[in-house]
Structures are given as structure tokens and as C-alpha cells.
Design a protein around this ligand. Structure first.
Ligand code: B1M
Length: 211
């Protein structure tokens, strides 16, 4: 079995202690950091999600798998996000209220920082007002990123974007949205400026917006 397969199985089974060494071994085997992330870890999380949906596992198992993936991302960080870029602005990022998922948000932050932004991480379960305050209180904020992972928190994303659109300093910043249930169509409907499907394209797009 390849190290990539072993890693994928370890993430799925939530074996956090094995994951860091397997990430390194998969890289040493010649896999790119992107493959290690996508094939070795994100695909594993998708299988975890499927098992949860089918009632084969429950929330604690999902949490354990999430912890395993986080240990792997720590090892992968320098390979995915080799920085050195000059400062190009501040980026506010958070997961909407009612939503506790942060792995995707943290990956986006990692790539955005590598692109040269200073990121203000508002965390998870972020109230609408906190997003608005963050952009209004700091004139250097050029982009606000809003993440949602649940279909049930898409209305919170809509509310957040609506409040940001009504801000007195709206001309100062752009709004980016993303997360598994979010689509281009939804982003257009709620009047966000940009939708991207993954962390790498979010960083690419963010750069294009400010340069
Ligand atoms: Co939850 N969960 N979860 N969960 N969870 C999902 C999302 C689910 C799809 C599983 C399933 O049923 N198949 C499902 C949602 C179904 C739906 O809404 N239709 C679900 C559910 C139902 C729930 C609970 C309601 C379960 C319950 O309690 N009954 C509950 C909700 C809690 C809450 O938030 N209020 C819950 C809880 C949890 C845990 C806490 C146990 C844990 C999260 C731990 C953590 O994040 N610290 C968890 C996990 C791990 C998952 C799955 C298995 C994995 C999520 C993940 O980290 N993926 C997930 C199934 C799945 O995703 N297949 C599932 C890897 C990550 C890298 O991907 O976050 O999509 P993702 O990020 C991507 C892109 O979306 C994008 O970039 C990233 C990668 O490049 N992206 C952006 C994200 N944000 C972006 C912002 C951008 C641009 C791109 O611009 C600003």
C-alpha cells in the first residue's frame, strides 16, 4: 500500500498519532503537497462525512478524524504555503454564526497568508456584527472572507453578506465566500463579490482583487 493510501486510511480512522509521520512519508515518496492534502486527507474527510450521513459513525468519530487531519495540515503547512510574499493588505476571515467547522477556513487562511495578506481570524460561530466591526474598525482591511459548511448556515452567510453590503465603508473592501454547500449561483444571489471553491483559488483570487 502506498504511503498516500496509508495516510488516507489513518485520517479516516482518526489516528492522529500516525498522521504526521505518514504525511512526511507521503511527501518523501514523491507526492506533491497538493496531492497529500487532497487525496491523502480531504478525500478521507469526504468518506468520513459519507459514513456519518449513512449513520455508520457519529459526531465523536467525525471530531476524531478532524483532529487527525489538523495534525497532518501542521506538517504540510510549510510545503503548501511557502511564503516570502510582501504585505499586500489585511484579510478578515471567519465561519458564520451557528457553524463550528474550521478546517477549510484554516486552510484558506494558510494560503491567503502565503499570498501576502495579514489575516484577522475571527474564528468560528462568528456573529454578523463581528464581521462588520472588523472591516469598519480597520481601514487596511481589503477583503472579508466568509465560510459556511452547513446548508443550515447558508442563511447566516446571506445575512452576513447583506450586513457587509450595507456597511458605510462598503467601497473599501471586497467580500469573498466559500465552503462546501456554497455555489457561484448562491454567491451571486446574496451579492458577494467573489466565490471560490477551494483554498488555493481563494488565495489566487484575493491577490487579483488587490493588485
Ligand atoms: Co460536520 N458536517 N457537522 N462536523 N462535517 C459536514 C459538513 C457534512 C457534509 C457531513 C455529512 O453529513 N455528509 C454535514 C453537513 C450536511 C449539510 O449541511 N448538508 C455535517 C453535519 C450535519 C454536522 C453536524 C450538524 C452534525 C451533528 O451534530 N448532528 C454538526 C454541526 C456543528 C455545527 O457546525 N454547528 C457537525 C459537526 C462536525 C464536527 C465538529 C464533528 C467536525 C468539524 C471539526 C472542525 O472543523 N474543527 C465535522 C466534520 C469534520 C465534518 C466533515 C466530515 C469534514 C469537514 C472538513 O473539515 N472537510 C464534513 C463532511 C465533508 O466535508 N465531506 C461534515 C475538509 C475541509 C478541508 O473541507 O471545509 O469543505 P471544507 O473546505 C474546503 C472548501 O469548502 C473551501 O476550501 C476548503 C479546501 O480547499 N472553503 C472555502 C471553505 N471555506 C471557504 C471560504 C472561501 C473559499 C473557499 O472564501 C472565503
Amino acid at each position: 500500500m502506498s504511503k498516500l493510501d496509508e495516510l488516507s486510511q489513518a485520517v479516516e480512522a482518526g489516528k492522529a498519532k500516525l498522521v504526521p509521520a505518514l504525511v512526511q512519508a507521503a511527501l518523501d515518496e514523491g507526492n506533491s503537497a497538493t496531492d497529500v492534502l487532497n487525496v491523502g486527507m480531504i478525500d478521507a474527510m469526504d468518506r468520513v462525512g459519507e459514513k456519518f450521513k449513512n449513520g455508520d459513525i457519529f459526531v465523536p468519530e467525525m471530531m476524531i478524524a478532524a483532529r487527525a487531519m489538523k495534525t497532518g495540515v501542521e506538517i504540510l503547512k510549510p510545503y503548501l504555503a511557502s511564503s516570502g510574499s510582501a504585505f499586500i493588505g489585511k484579510y478578515v476571515m471567519g465561519t458564520v454564526y451557528g457553524d463550528l467547522h474550521d478546517i477549510g477556513k484554516n486552510l484558506v487562511i494558510m494560503m491567503i497568508e502565503a499570498a501576502g495578506f495579514e489575516v484577522i481570524d475571527l474564528g468560528i460561530d462568528v456573529p454578523v456584527e463581528k464581521f462588520v466591526e472588523a472591516v469598519e474598525n480597520d481601514p487596511e482591511v481589503k477583503i472579508v472572507g466568509v465560510s459556511a459548511l452547513l446548508t443550515t448556515t447558508m442563511p447566516a452567510m446571506k445575512e452576513t453578506v447583506e450586513a457587509l453590503n450595507e456597511s458605510a465603508v462598503r467601497d473599501r473592501f471586497k467580500i469573498m465566500v466559500g465552503g462546501a454547500p456554497v455555489t457561484q449561483e448562491f454567491a451571486d444571489e446574496i451579492k458577494a463579490d467573489v466565490y471560490t471553491a477551494d483554498a488555493a483559488s481563494a488565495a489566487q483570487k484575493a491577490k487579483e482583487l488587490v493588485l
